[in-house]
Write a protein that binds this ligand. Structure first.
Ligand SMILES: Nc1nc2c(c(=O)[nH]1)N[C@H]1C(S)=C(S)[C@@H](COP(=O)(O)OP(=O)(O)OC[C@H]3O[C@@H](n4cnc5c(=O)[nH]c(N)nc54)[C@H](O)[C@@H]3O)O[C@H]1N2
Ligand SMILES: Nc1nc2c(c(=O)[nH]1)N[C@H]1C(S)=C(S)[C@@H](COP(=O)(O)OP(=O)(O)OC[C@H]3O[C@@H](n4cnc5c(=O)[nH]c(N)nc54)[C@H](O)[C@@H]3O)O[C@H]1N2
Ligand code: SF4
Ligand SMILES: [Mo]
Length: 759
């Protein structure tokens, strides 16, 4: 352990607030504050760009939006980023970037950046305070709640959009230092289904692929995935495929991706489970399965075959609305393919039966032996830039490094590595996000710390969500911007540095660890999330526990030790500079691989080449279950099914970031719109551009009508980027993953009378 160093001499302007904070700290003798915290480069005029970044050169770093993980080449002048271009040699994007990446710097300069801590007073006004007051209020209020209602009455919500080192710090600080049990993240809204599906089927949460698979497949099956919009650079990789692949898209909408497919299967919403079972049955009936693979590497195939036998053409065509011919063509295409890859995203994960649907896709890959070879795989495409980091290292749903909170052996291992008392590690799992919300509703959870996510826009059934957040005694929001929907409800806002203003690593969809760099000063007194956690640890009184956690790279080393012996073992990575030099490193990369040549480190790698899965017997499992009906089927009063999802390449989620770029704003509709089939529009006397009211049993909104054949009759689509969208959605969850089913609820649509601006 390193000794805390003494304070550096105060700079000329010793009245800067951080120095006041520090003087207070020393005065109150709350314990030593390490010099590193003070010297966070770039803050409070103490700025210096890290040694790895030369002041007038370029430096490469991964993008902070989506899970593709493109590398962006940032151009610097006097140590400050002035511009960027996509990195040309990076194995992910090969010189390409989407508009969000190109515009990544411009959203950092926005007048609504959070620049000082803000505390709400009795009248509801937010007033700027210094960090010392902010931290004192934070600890006093949360500790008071814990004293009155028990340690577990305070919870946190984390994210898939911070550096791995930051999310690990938050998870460890809250659970080991502050005595919290409950903490989940926005990854629940996004990846929980894939996590559970993989864990049950493979024995570990392990997406097997590498992006080269997009180029090596001869059949690419995309289920509930609008790659063109949501992962445009992955789509570019599909476009580079030299094998003229057959592209099959399963999506109730004729998306941009479906338009480019060779087969578009517009199956009814949530009928994918029935569809995949029907396809499995056709494959079995024709003996188009890989018996050797099944026998050597899987369990429970016979029971699965029996289960799918009842998914006859009649049943599946009735469930999906597809023709028998479409089903047979799909099955035959899989059979004829030499290298078939299956990819899925939110159309599968966000469903009342998402886990079994994901596993039905995995089953198709297993039974045809399409796994572990180039161009194959049952591949969940992740969403946020660090969803994969959060899945393994956020200390929320599993103990650091994919361990299990309920295992004494795992708790001992992690306690030893962190040199903490084993008793500090919770023995039970946290409540999932939806049950944390329920806990607030029931008055069991009274304090909430929201970091890098915006639930008052993105959580399902917003009217209920806001009511729930309103009930909290104390809500802390830590964000780059002080104006998010959730920040508007906060008692205390902690200003955070964003992408480009701090260091760390992210893990992309293909398990590639990429580096973030600091190329800008954070505005005002905003601090990196890392340093906010450090401050919290200090004020809470558990700073000693995190002595070794004094820089992102130091934490990376701790996480490497936590990963030892796990499927996600990264003990072989030398450090940030090796990640930089090799163009990112995919896990696993164990110590035994550590002396590989640079080219071998950089080579793309996939899992399960040896047919060995992570269950104790090395076999993968077939999992299946009877499909269940829609939880809120259309009715006489609510005759349409509402689909939600991504709108354009230029819009990111709740638009706190992308909404700040003039360029991106030009590339997307500024006003909420509803897509409806022209036949339905006609029946409702709606014309393009008319304002329509869309209502569910939970809420209503007004949106501009867009008539398009991309949605089927009986369906409407609203993009999630608009605040009102989730007023309509129904808080229904997959029973295994507890992921919200954002993509199907019943709504009514009507014309707003008297509104004829466009006519
Ligand atoms: N531009 C942009 N890119 C993003 C994001 C963003 O906000 N903006 N967000 C990122 C994140 S976090 C994520 S998770 C990903 C999401 O990436 P995607 O999952 O590809 O995006 P979505 O539009 O949410 O959903 C995909 C499709 O699912 C379809 N769908 C709905 N219901 C069903 C169903 O029952 N079955 C099937 N088969 N399909 C269905 C929808 O019609 C939609 O076209 O995108 C990432 N990339
Ligand atoms: N109806 C519907 N709803 C959905 C979905 C859907 O398809 N349909 N998709 C769901 C999915 S897949 C997802 S992933 C969620 C996303 O939902 P959210 O996570 O709520 O959405 P974001 O807008 O990405 O919120 C991230 C927040 O973090 C802030 N931020 C960015 N960088 C930093 C940082 O470095 N530090 C800190 N402290 N803050 C930062 C941003 O300003 C923003 O407020 O939405 C879900 N909601
Ligand atoms: S595709 Fe994703 S990672 Fe690549 S530039 Fe766009 S947002 Fe960034
Ligand atoms: Mo997501």
């Amino acid at each position: 352990m390193t000794e805390p160093s003494t304070l550096p001499p105060a700079p000329a302007d010793s009245k800067t607030p951080i120095y006041r904070t520090l003087r207070n700290l020393l005065h109150q003798q709350r314990g030593p504050l390490t010099r590193e915290l003070l010297l966070e480069p770039g803050n409070f005029g103490l700025g210096q760009v890290p040694a790895r970044v030369r002041p007038d050169a370029t430096t490469d770093m991964v993008c902070g939006y989506c899970s593709t993980g493109c590398s962006l080449r940032v151009h610097l002048k006097d140590g400050e980023a002035t511009n960027l271009t996509p990195a040309t040699e990076y194995p992910v994007n090969l010189g390409m970037a989407c508009p969000k990446g190109w515009e990544a710097l411009s959203v950092l300069d926005s007048p609504d950046r959070a620049t000082r801590p803000l505390l709400r007073d009795q009248t509801g006004r937010l007033n700027p305070i210094d960090w010392d007051s902010a931290m004192t209020t934070f600890t006093d209020r949360f500790k008071a709640i814990q004293a009155e209602h028990g340690p577990h009455s305070v919870a946190f919500l984390s994210t898939g959009q911070m550096a791995t080192e930051e999310m690990a710090f938050l998870g460890a600080l809250t659970k080991f230092g502050m005595g919290l049990l409950h903490g989940d993240g926005n990854t629940r809204q996004c990846m929980a289904t894939a996590v559970v599906a993989y864990k049950q089927a493979f024995g570990f949460d392990a997406p097997p692929y590498t992006y080269a698979d997009f180029e090596e497949s001869d059949v690419i099956v995309l289920v509930g995935s609008n790659l063109c919009i949501a992962h445009p650079i992955m789509w570019e990789r599909v476009m580079r495929n030299p094998h003229s692949p057959e592209i099959i898209v399963v999506d109730p909408r004729m998306t941009e991706t479906a338009m480019n497919a060779s087969q578009h299967l517009a199956a009814a919403p949530k009928s994918d489970l029935s569809l995949m079972y029907g396809i499995a049955r056709i494959l079995i009936d024709n003996d188009w399965v890989d018996r050797d693979y099944i026998d050597q590497h899987t369990n429970d195939f016979e029971a699965f075959a029996e289960h799918v036998a009842t998914f006859t053409d009649e049943r599946v065509t009735a469930d999906t609305g597809l023709s028998a011919k479409q089903l047979h063509r799909f099955a035959e295409t899989i059979h004829n393919g030499q290298r078939v890859s299956f990819w899925w995203t939110m159309g599968v994960n966000q469903s009342h039966q998402g886990t079994r649907t994901a596993q039905a896709i995995i089953n198709l890959a297993l039974m045809t032996g399409n796994i572990g070879r180039p161009g194959t795989g049952a591949n969940s495409v992740t969403g946020q830039c660090n969803a994969m980091g959060s899945r393994l290292f956020s200390n929320t749903t599993n103990l650091l490094g994919g361990h299990d909170f309920t295992s004494a052996e795992h708790r001992r291992k992690i306690a030893d590595i962190l040199q903490i008392d084993e008793a500090l590690i919770p023995r039970e799992n946290s409540l999932p996000y939806n049950e944390i919300m329920e806990g607030i509703l029931r008055g069991k959870i009274k304090g909430l710390w929201v970091v890098c996510t915006n639930p008052a826009h993105s959580w399902i059934n917003q009217n209920q969500c806001r009511d729930i957040l309103d009930r909290l005694d104390f809500l802390v929001v830590q964000d780059m911007y002080s104006t998010t929907e959730t920040a508007n409800m906060a008692d205390l806002i902690l200003p955070a540095a964003g992408w480009g203003e701090k260091e760390g690593t992210l893990i992309n969809s293909e398990r590639r660890i990429g580096a973030l760099k600091k190329v800008r000063k954070a505005p005002g007194e905003a601090l990196s999330d890392f340093n906010i956690f450090k401050l919290v640890a200090h004020y809470w009184g558990c700073g000693e526990m995190f002595r070794e956690w004094d820089s992102p790279e130091a934490v990376f080393r701790i996480l490497q030790r936590c990963s030892e012996g796990q499927p996600c073992d990264i003990t072989g990575i030398e450090g940030y500079s090796q990640i930089d030099a090799t163009g990112g490193i995919q896990w696993p990369f164990a110590k035994s691989e550590g002396d590989k040549q640079k080219a071998e480190v950089a080579a793309e790698r996939r899992l399960f080449a040896d047919g060995q899965f992570f269950h104790p017997d090395g076999r993968a499992k077939f999992l299946f279950e009877a499909p269940r009906p829609l939880t809120e089927p259309p009715s006489r009063n609510f005759p349409f099914i509402l689909l939600t999802g991504r709108g354009t390449v230029a819009q990111w989620h709740t638009q706190t970031r992308t909404g700040k770029s003039a360029v991106l704003r030009k590339l997307s509709p500024q006003q909420i719109f509803v897509e409806i089939n022209p036949a339905d529009a006609r029946a409702l006397a709606l014309e393009p551009g008319d304002m329509a009211t869309v209502a569910s049993q939970r809420g209503r909104l007004q949106a501009r009508t867009v008539c398009t054949h991309s949605v089927q009759p009986g369906h409407v689509f609203i993009a999630m980027h608009y605040e009102a969208a989730n007023q309509l959605t129904d808080a229904v969850f997959d029973p295994y993953s507890k992921q919200p089913a954002y993509k199907a609820c019943a709504v009514q649509v009507s014309r707003v009378h008297g509104y004829n601006e466009s006519r």
